[in-house]
Design a binder for this molecule. Structure first.
Ligand SMILES: Cc1cc2nc3c(=O)[nH]c(=O)nc-3n(C[C@H](O)[C@H](O)[C@H](O)COP(=O)(O)OP(=O)(O)OC[C@H]3O[C@@H](n4cnc5c(N)ncnc54)[C@H](O)[C@@H]3O)c2cc1C
Ligand code: SF4
Ligand code: SF4
Ligand code: SF4
Length: 360
């Protein structure tokens, strides 16, 4: 049985640990809490004597191959980038949600709709605090609206790690709040690696993953770790200071919107110096294990690209589109879905190829 001892050697020591916190959350929830997150947001033993060698932490780590086949079977995964039932471009009908949203505010609009119609009791999202973006269990309309927007929406949206900053928000850690509050129907919003980790918990039927009813995945090219020097380099590349930036987003480029309304684009390749090491090993761009995936890539500005992957998500989307979404019609945009799929496929393939190189 492999345990955290093996995670330390295989994942942590090789720089693949991206601090999702899944191992610590599981160990605390199910066992005696042998693990803790360090100040560097990397897991470590809190008390090795409390480890009962159950191996759960190893099994649910998204960086090891255990359970991959079972998770794939559970979600009807198929090559080359997961199950795809439908592709769409949408935005929130509510202008205020659109304004708050990263792209078209579709994630927020759908969460609100599921909440208002009694399908969920809350959602695990990511909220802006003084220390940056943190994982959060939203249990009211106001909470869900407050959490709208993306990690890249402002530099204050980074999580301070001493003198470093990270754009990563470890959503899996909010599962602890879920355990304490005992809610039974939750939507989980996360990056592809986070979705995979929670899907593994679901495959093992570990509480509280049984309460996750909807997996909302966000497209993800990378997350970034920045220190003061790297921030400065980024400012030089952008041609503006971060204090001028009001909004950030990521599509094909890293996009900064400044107070005077300008948009600054930095090609992602030029930001390689700030990429998190763990992200170099990642092969999932489009959140292949989600029920429904969202991104800005492929859509016009102010709209969200949506990939529907499960029948449950298809039903929820069909219901939401009648009530709280505007959809770009294929009639007005012939060939739109094929064009979008090909754009996403390009990014997905590029990420898989780059991951293979990194792993060699
Ligand atoms: C780290 C990261 C990288 C991304 N990379 C790309 C990319 O390369 N290409 C691309 O097309 N799209 C990317 N996206 C997705 C894109 O930025 C939007 O989140 C997506 O298009 C949905 O937009 P929306 O306006 O519909 O969502 P919104 O209505 O703004 O809702 C976004 C939801 O995501 C939650 N959230 C924000 N940050 C995080 C986080 N780090 N972890 C978990 N939940 C979070 C918010 O709390 C909110 O509930 C990325 C998102 C993130 C968080
Ligand atoms: S008790 Fe189980 S989950 Fe916790 S560290 Fe040990 S092997 Fe991992
Ligand atoms: S489960 Fe997450 S935090 Fe734990 S070792 Fe794996 S990647 Fe790191
Ligand atoms: S690139 Fe992969 S490992 Fe990095 S945050 Fe995105 S999904 Fe997670």
């Amino acid at each position: 049985m492999k345990t955290f001892f093996d995670l330390k050697q295989e994942v942590r020591a090789t720089g693949r640990c991206h601090g999702c916190g899944g191992c610590v959350t599981i160990c605390t929830a199910v066992n005696y809490g042998a693990l803790q997150m360090g100040d560097d947001h990397i897991p470590r033993y809190k008390s090795v004597d409390k480890c009962i060698d159950c191996g759960l932490c190893y099994l649910i780590c998204p960086e090891v191959g255990e359970l991959d086949d079972q998770v794939k079977r559970n979600v009807d995964w198929s090559a080359p980038m997961g199950r795809i039932l439908q592709v769409s471009v949408a935005r929130a009908a509510d202008e205020d949600i659109r304004e708050r949203g990263t792209d078209g505010g579709v994630v927020t609009a759908m969460l609100l709709h599921l909440f208002d119609s009694g399908k969920i009791d809350g959602a695990i999202v990511s909220r802006q605090t003084e220390e940056g973006r943190v994982p959060w269990l939203a249990t009211s309309r106001e909470d869900i609206i407050e959490a709208a927007g993306s990690h890249f929406d402002a530099m204050q949206g980074t999580v301070a790690l001493g003198e470093h900053y990270s754009t990563y928000s470890p959503s899996a850690r909010a599962l602890g709040s879920l355990m304490r509050q005992g809610l039974k129907r939750i939507a989980f919003v996360g990056t592809p690696c986070q979705i995979k980790s929670v899907r593994k918990m679901q495959a093992l039927k570990i509480v509280p993953s049984d309460a996750i009813k909807f997996y909302f995945g966000l497209f993800c090219t990378s997350n970034f770790d920045l220190d003061d020097d790297k921030l400065h380099t980024m400012e030089e590349l952008a041609g503006c200071t971060m204090s001028e930036v009001t909004k950030m987003n990521i599509k094909k480029d890293f996009i900064l919107r400044t107070k005077d309304g300008q948009r600054k684009h930095i090609p992602l390749a030029e930001l390689d110096f700030a990429r998190r090491d763990a992200c170099r090993y990642c092969d999932d761009f489009s959140a292949e294990y989600a029920d429904i995936s969202f991104g800005g890539l492929g859509a016009d500005r102010g709209w969200t690209t949506v990939i529907i992957r499960s029948p449950l998500a298809r039903a929820a989307y069909a219901d939401a589109r009648e009530k709280c979404l505007e959809i770009q019609s294929i009639d007005d945009h012939p060939g739109l879905d094929a064009r979008i799929l090909s754009t996403i496929m390009e990014s997905s393939t590029a990420k898989k190829q780059q991951q293979v190189v990194a792993a060699e």
